[in-house]
Design a protein around this ligand. Structure first.
Ligand code: SF4
Length: 84
């Protein structure tokens, strides 16, 4: 029997954050360097397991990289619904 979630939100932090704010509740893990291909392929792996799917390319700083507008469009393509 295949289990399908009602909704799945996948948060990947493609680049991280350039800051190290003392008050940050997310923490300071190392900054990554995920590619658009990485994000697309990982999203495709999770997508079949939910009726509604949303992927984030960030969970720290969404505007860290110069291509943030392109990444926003990619998020919209890969997600059923984009909240923020
Ligand atoms: S994610 Fe926000 S609060 Fe945390 S270190 Fe980066 S800029 Fe500061």
């Amino acid at each position: 029997m295949e289990v399908k979630l009602k909704k799945l939100t996948l948060c990947l932090d493609m680049f991280g954050c350039p800051n190290r704010c003392r008050h940050c509740w997310v923490g300071h893990p190392p900054n990554g360097h995920m590619t658009v291909t990485d994000l697309t392929e990982i999203a495709a792996q999770f997508r079949p397991y939910a009726s509604e799917f949303e992927v984030f390319d960030w969970y720290r700083e969404p505007d860290f990289k110069d291509n943030y507008k392109e990444l926003w469009e990619l998020r919209k393509q890969l997600s059923d619904e984009v909240m923020l």
